[in-house]
Write a new protein. Structure first.
Length: 765
């Protein structure tokens, strides 16, 4: 039986003042046929699932019938008019809070400390409390009146009735009772005793409750505004305009006008406006905002690029494949928004309680009044008891604590680069016993730094740094910034390079002190007829250092991760600089301390010989020896895995294991994931024979996603999912809506020990 098609609609709700308001709107929406709604008070959002083709205006009308205002969302990149309004609302709350604090403070102080009570002090208290209860608390009374007209009761109802009752009773006691007599004092006692109610005032209660609830509402609104800034920050990562190509002519347009299939130009230093495929040019793209990897990715014709990443090299022409809300960046923002709008299990329980709490409190207050009267106690004492019930029963925290904590927490996490899928993830985190951490951008600094300088005969370190630093100082490439920064730190001011030119992502050239200088990758020199010494050029997509001239006997083999090659024509010198993303020792120690305190196991993925961790044994070795962390062989990088034989694969995998065992005294754990676009059956088979766990799905954009079909994914899952599998994947280009049920069936049927299907950027059923 085919399930009916449904759509998700998001409404922005205004006018909610407490969790019971959200519960009331949610109940009304869920009464509609085929509609399933969740209303979150903390985010002022309603997420509604409706049958396909359902008119969302009917949802807006239903919300308005409940006495609130609803609006359909604008396009994600359109300016939100709610911004200034929200700021004005927050400023208004702050002004009222300041006035309330200034006036209510003396009222509370005089009531609590008899020594401060001077003749006719109670009348001064009345004058001070009146504006607090009326003007400062106007929002409570207005909301209560609106709800009363619609036959509803919310927490504002309790606040309004409670504070007005206390104030009006005090006014009655002052004018018609004995509380206003000159010389009348208000004692502060820790025991309960029966007194004449008409002789007591509760102005401090009316003013104090208004003050504290105003403070709570102000901090609540401020937290929501600050948490929303995380979402805005994500959206700000995208481009604002785009140089679209129209009949071969560049036209600068707002990015909202870009359509799928349009071609646009991205110049060096510009942000890529939308997800797409490179159809012209080649360059290096800084994708650190997505991957944490500080080394830019080389892209050329046919490669996929992501909107929001930065072109760090040459000119690119890109054909848009996903625009607007369909881009990867927009999906990230939607993920944060969904996490903030979701409801944890404890929050759902609190909302159900809040939905019936207010009417229940009103009933209890009435019963309290009736009971005191039936027992023959004075009417003034009965009213006092009833008002006390109303005053103490304003549990705004009941509906605010969980959603506000979730809102602020997910917002802060997004600012730190952690995307949380929803509240259920946070709730289930208490069951976590193992954390698997990637190195890049997770326990590394995220910034390239110069780690090695290799010089040849006749050339000194200062000359190398001076020439290379001066040239790289004119580039914005992360490797260039690392070299230029190190050179400036060590040598001071650098000369200005003349005739600077970027070489399409492979390097830069220019003139420094009369010398023509080239700084870049080994491939750049190869293209110019230069053959780097084979002993000093390592394989891998980021092999950094190609060295010119014969290597000295004691030359160090640079570790890849990024690097630069420098050629001063005619010198024939051996010149190289190596940069890498170093391990952040403080972060590593923080993770391991967390693991020690909580009992959670940590597994770090490393890259074997191609990894800066090998330079940080002082940090890692004690942790490995103590058993606090494990090391796993993360990725074996090779320019073309498909060209390798079984012997080549087995040799490389064993070499990595031997290196880790020699360096740390332990073997690599069976975690292995090659680059998806380069894998083949030979590589998979060899890794499986050697005892590696071969995941089927993993992260990274596919250079040719058309080759990866649903049938292929399912076939690989059936072949390689074992009880030892750890499956991690960002299915960036795949129609996962249809393939996921099959994968889940395979996972369940095999009782897999540890499986994570991480579909961060795609929607799953």
């Amino acid at each position: 039986m085919t399930a009916a098609a449904v759509d998700d609609v998001e409404l922005t709700i205004t006018g909610m003042t407490c969790a019971s308001c959200a519960a009331r709107i949610e109940k009304r929406l869920n009464r509609l046929d085929g509609v399933a709604a969740t209303v979150n008070y903390a985010t002022d959002k309603a997420t509604v699932t409706v049958p396909s083709g359902y008119d969302p205006r009917a949802l807006v009308a239903e919300v308005e019938k409940a006495g609130y205002t609803a609006a359909l969302p604008r396009r994600r990149r359109e300016p939100a008019p709610a911004g200034p309004t929200g700021d004005a609302e927050l400023a208004g709350l702050r002004n009222r809070l300041v006035v309330a604090a200034g006036l209510a403070g003396p009222v509370i102080a005089m009531a609590m400390f008899p020594a401060l009570q001077f003749p006719c002090w109670q009348w001064v208290s009345l004058g001070l409390a009146a504006p607090v209860v009326t003007w400062c608390g106007a929002s409570f009374h207005a909301a209560a009146w609106t709800n009363l007209q619609r036959g509803a009761a919310t927490m504002d109802t309790l606040v309004s009735i409670g504070t007005l009752s206390a104030f009006l009773w005090s006014l009655y006691a002052l004018v018609w009772g004995t509380a206003g007599e000159p010389g009348r004092r208000h004692g502060f006692e820790l025991t309960v005793r029966q007194t004449a109610g008409a002789g007591n005032t509760y102005l401090e209660v009316a003013a104090g409750v208004t003050l504290f609830l105003l403070a709570g509402r102000y901090f609540e609104k401020r937290s929501k505004r600050r948490a929303g800034a995380a979402l805005s920050a994500l959206l700000q990562l995208g481009a604002r305009d785009v140089a679209a190509l129209r009949d071969g002519v560049e036209i600068r347009l707002p990015v909202e006008q870009l359509a799928v299939g349009d071609e646009f130009v991205v110049r060096p230093g510009e942000k890529i406006a939308a997800d797409g495929i490179v159809v012209g040019g080649s360059s290096a793209v800084d994708a650190s905002m997505l991957t944490g990897e500080p080394v830019p990715v080389e892209v050329g014709r046919g490669d996929a690029v992501t909107g929001g990443t930065v072109n760090a090299g040459g000119r690119l022409v890109v054909r848009a494949t996903r625009v607007g809300d369909g881009t990867r960046l927009a999906q990230m923002a939607k993920l944060v928004e969904a996490a903030q709008s979701g409801k944890a299990r404890v929050q759902r329980l609190a909302d159900r309680v809040a939905g019936v709490f207010v009417p229940l409190v009103l009933v209890i207050a009435i019963l309290t009044l009736a009971t005191w009267l039936v027992l023959g106690l004075p009417a003034t004492a009965a009213v006092t008891a009833a008002v006390a019930v109303l005053i103490i029963a304003c549990p705004c925290a009941l509906g605010l604590a969980t959603p506000t904590a979730l809102l602020v927490g997910t917002g802060r996490a997004a600012q730190l680069g952690v995307l949380i899928r929803g509240p259920e993830v946070l709730e289930s985190s208490r069951k976590v016993d193992t954390i698997v951490l990637d190195k890049t951008g997770t326990v590394t600094t995220g910034t390239m730094t110069l780690v090695d300088v290799v010089t040849g005969r006749g050339t000194g370190r200062e000359e190398l740094l001076r020439c290379a630093g001066a040239l790289e100082n004119a580039s914005e490439h992360p490797i260039a910034r690392a070299i230029a920064g190190a050179a400036a730190t060590e040598l001071g001011p650098l000369p200005v390079a003349a005739d600077f030119a970027s070489l399409q992502g492979s390097g830069v050239q220019g003139v420094v002190d009369g010398h023509t200088v080239l700084v870049g990758r080994a491939s750049m020199l190869a293209d110019r007829g230069q053959t780097p010494p084979p002993g000093l050029v390592t394989s891998g997509p980021t092999a950094p250092a190609a060295l010119l001239g014969p290597p000295p006997p004691n030359a160090r083999i640079p570790l890849p991760g990024g690097g630069a090659l420098m050629k001063i024509p005619g010198d024939g010198d051996l010149l190289a600089l190596t940069v890498d993303d170093g391990v952040n020792s403080e972060v590593v120690r923080a993770y391991t301390q967390f693991a020690k305190d909580t009992g959670v196991r940590l597994t770090f993925f490393v890259n074997g010989v191609y990894d800066s961790w090998t330079q940080n044994q002082d940090v890692l070795r004690p942790l490995v020896d103590s058993g606090q962390i494990q090391l796993g062989n993360h990725t074996w990088s090779h320019p073309d895995l498909t060209s390798l034989s079984k012997q080549d694969v087995a040799s490389q995998l064993r070499r990595n294991d031997e290196f880790l065992k020699k360096t740390y005294g332990i073997g690599a754990k069976p975690y292995w994931r090659p680059p998806y676009a380069k894998r083949n059956a030979t590589v998979d088979a060899v890794a499986a024979d050697l005892g590696y766990t071969v995941p089927v799905l993993w992260s990274g954009s596919l250079s040719d996603s058309t080759l990866i079909t649903e049938d292929y994914i399912v076939q690989m899952a059936e072949q390689y999912f074992t009880p030892q599998s750890i499956v991690i994947g960002h299915l960036n280009h795949l129609p996962v809506t249809h393939v996921y049920p099959q994968l889940v069936d395979i996972i369940r049927s095999r009782n897999l020990r540890s499986v994570t299907l991480n579909d961060v950027f795609e929607k799953t059923p």
